[in-house]
Design a binder for this molecule. Structure first.
Ligand code: URA
Length: 437
C-alpha cells in the first residue's frame, strides 16, 4: 500500500477500507508517512468527507495508535467533557472542579489552542509551575488522591490525533466533521471515559457554522459513542459571540477563577452549571436535571468548587498564590479601550474576528510549535441584544506590542454590528442530543 494512492482515492471521493485507514494512521504515527502527505490526505477529507464507517474506523485507529487507559481500578464511572472549540470558552477550568467538588471524580486531558479557538492547556499554563505533562501513572495517582486531574493530552494516548491535530491547525484542515468527530472521540476513548458530555459549538466562532452541521457532528459523535459502548450527550451551544468576557489565556483563567467564586457573566455561568449538571447526571450523582443543576450551583456558592481548584493547582505543582491573588497573573504592557462610535442595539459580536485578533496579538499560534503570549487578549464588554450608547466601551485590548495593539484596535472595529431596532438575545443552548433521562 502507498500513501499517495490513498490520497488520490480520497481526492476521487472514494471510501477507504478499514485496512487503508489503519495503514495511514499507523504510518503517520510511526513517521513512515510524512506531514506533507498527511496534510494532503486531511485536505481531501475536508473537501470530500467520509462515510460513517470510515469515520468510525478512523476514530478507532487513532484511539488504538497508543495506550488505551483503563481507569476502572481508579474510579468508576469516568465522566469526561469535551468542547469542539470556541472563543472565550474557558468552561473546563470551572466545570471540572465543580463536578469534582460534588463528589464525581474528573480526570481530563485537554488540548492546546487550535486555529482561532483557545485551549485549556494554554490557559492553565498561565499558572507558573503548573504541570500539564503528567505521565499516565501521575494522571492516575492524582485522580485517585484528589478526584481531579487536568493535564495535556499524554503523548502516549491517541498519538495519531496529537500529531494530526497540530498539523490540521496550520494547514487549514480543522473544519471537517469526520476529522473533528474522530479527533474528539479517539481521545475520549483512549482516555478511558465511560461517559462523555460534548459541548458542540455552532456559529461564527465555532468550527461548525450552521446548526445543521453542528447537529450532524453531534449525531456522528453520539453514534460513535454508542458503537463503542460509551454514553454520550451532546449539547449544542451558540458561538456567534464569545462566551463570557475574556478572550486570551491568563485573562480567561482569571475569569474562570472568578466564576469559581460565583462571580461573572451570566452566559458563562449558565453554561458551566448546565454542563456540570449533565456530567453529574451521566455519572449517576443526581436523578433529575433540577437536582443536578442545584448541586452544581451549590458548589459555586459554598466555595467547594474553588477549594477543589486550589487542590488541583497544588497537586499539579502550580503556584497556588496566583489563583488566590489573580493580580499575580501575567499582564500585558499596553491596555487600550475601543468605544462605540454610535448608539444602537447589538446585532453581532463576531467571535471569529475576536478569536483571530487574539491570535494575532500572540494568544494563539500561527505555526505548529509557536510560543504564545499568555498575557495578551481582549475583554469583550458587549453581548448580542444589548442596547449600547455612544462612547460605551466595546473592547479592552491587552497587548505587548504597539503595532499589534493598533492592528487589533482597527480589526475589532469590524467585530460589532449595531442595529437601530431591538435585537433578540440568542438562547444559551440550541438543544441537547443523546440525553435519555
Ligand atoms: N477539538 C478536537 O479535539 N479536535 C478537533 O478536531 C476540533 C476540536
Amino acid at each position: 500500500m502507498r500513501a499517495v494512492d490513498l490520497i488520490i482515492k480520497k481526492k476521487d471521493n472514494l471510501a477507504l477500507t478499514k485496512e487503508e485507514v489503519r495503514f495511514l494512521v499507523e504510518g503517520y504515527t510511526n513517521n513512515r508517512i510524512p506531514d506533507y502527505q498527511m496534510s494532503a490526505f486531511a485536505m481531501a477529507v475536508v473537501l470530500n468527507g467520509m462515510t460513517d464507517h470510515e469515520i468510525t474506523e478512523l476514530t478507532l485507529a487513532m484511539a488504538d495508535s497508543g495506550e488505551v487507559l483503563d481507569l476502572a481500578d481508579v474510579v468508576y464511572p469516568v465522566v469526561d467533557k469535551h468542547s469542539t472549540g470556541g472563543v472565550g470558552d474557558k468552561t473546563t477550568l470551572t466545570v471540572a472542579p465543580m463536578v469534582a467538588a460534588c463528589g464525581l471524580p474528573v480526570g481530563k486531558m485537554s488540548g492546546r489552542g487550535l486555529g482561532f479557538s483557545g485551549g485549556t492547556i494554554d490557559k492553565l499554563e498561565s499558572i507558573p509551575g503548573y504541570r500539564t505533562d503528567l505521565t499516565t501513572e501521575e494522571f492516575k495517582r492524582t485522580l485517585k488522591e484528589h478526584g481531579i486531574v487536568l493535564t495535556g493530552q499524554s503523548a502516549d494516548l491517541a498519538p495519531a490525533d496529537g500529531k494530526l491535530y497540530a498539523l490540521r491547525d496550520v494547514t487549514g484542515t480543522v473544519q471537517s466533521i469526520p476529522l473533528i468527530a474522530s479527533s474528539v472521540m479517539s481521545k475520549k476513548i483512549a482516555a478511558g471515559a465511560n461517559a462523555i458530555v460534548l459541548d458542540v459549538k455552532v456559529g461564527k466562532g465555532a468550527f461548525m457554522k450552521t446548526l445543521d452541521d453542528a447537529k450532524a457532528l453531534a449525531e456522528v459523535m453520539v453514534s460513535i459513542g454508542r458503537l463503542s459502548g460509551r454514553k454520550v450527550v451532546a449539547i449544542l451551544s451558540p458561538m456567534d459571540e464569545p462566551l463570557g468576557v475574556a478572550v486570551g489565556n491568563a485573562m480567561e483563567l482569571a475569569e474562570a477563577v472568578e466564576m469559581l467564586h460565583n462571580r461573572g457573566p451570566e452566559d458563562y455561568r449558565y453554561h458551566c452549571v448546565h454542563l456540570a449538571a449533565y456530567m453529574l447526571l451521566l455519572g449517576g450523582m443526581a436523578k433529575s436535571e433540577p437536582e443536578a443543576v442545584a448541586m452544581a450551583e451549590r458548589s459555586l456558592i459554598d466555595g467547594s468548587a474553588f477549594e477543589k481548584f486550589r487542590e488541583l493547582v497544588i497537586a499539579q505543582h502550580g503556584d497556588v498564590s496566583v489563583v488566590e491573588h489573580l493580580d499575580k497573573l501575567p499582564t500585558a504592557k499596553y491596555v487600550e479601550t475601543l468605544l462605540a462610535d454610535e448608539s444602537g442595539y447589538v446585532e453581532s459580536v463576531d467571535a471569529r474576528i475576536i478569536g483571530e485578533t487574539a491570535v494575532d496579538l500572540g494568544a494563539g499560534r500561527a505555526q505548529k510549535g509557536d510560543k504564545i503570549d499568555l498575557a495578551v487578549g481582549i475583554n469583550v464588554f458587549v453581548k448580542i441584544g444589548d442596547q449600547v450608547q455612544i462612547r460605551q466601551p466595546f473592547f479592552e485590548v491587552h497587548a505587548n506590542d504597539r503595532v499589534k495593539l493598533h492592528a487589533a484596535m482597527e480589526r475589532l472595529k469590524e467585530a460589532v454590528k449595531l442595529s437601530k431596532y431591538p435585537v433578540k438575545k440568542p438562547p444559551y443552548f440550541h438543544g441537547v442530543i443523546g440525553f435519555e433521562g
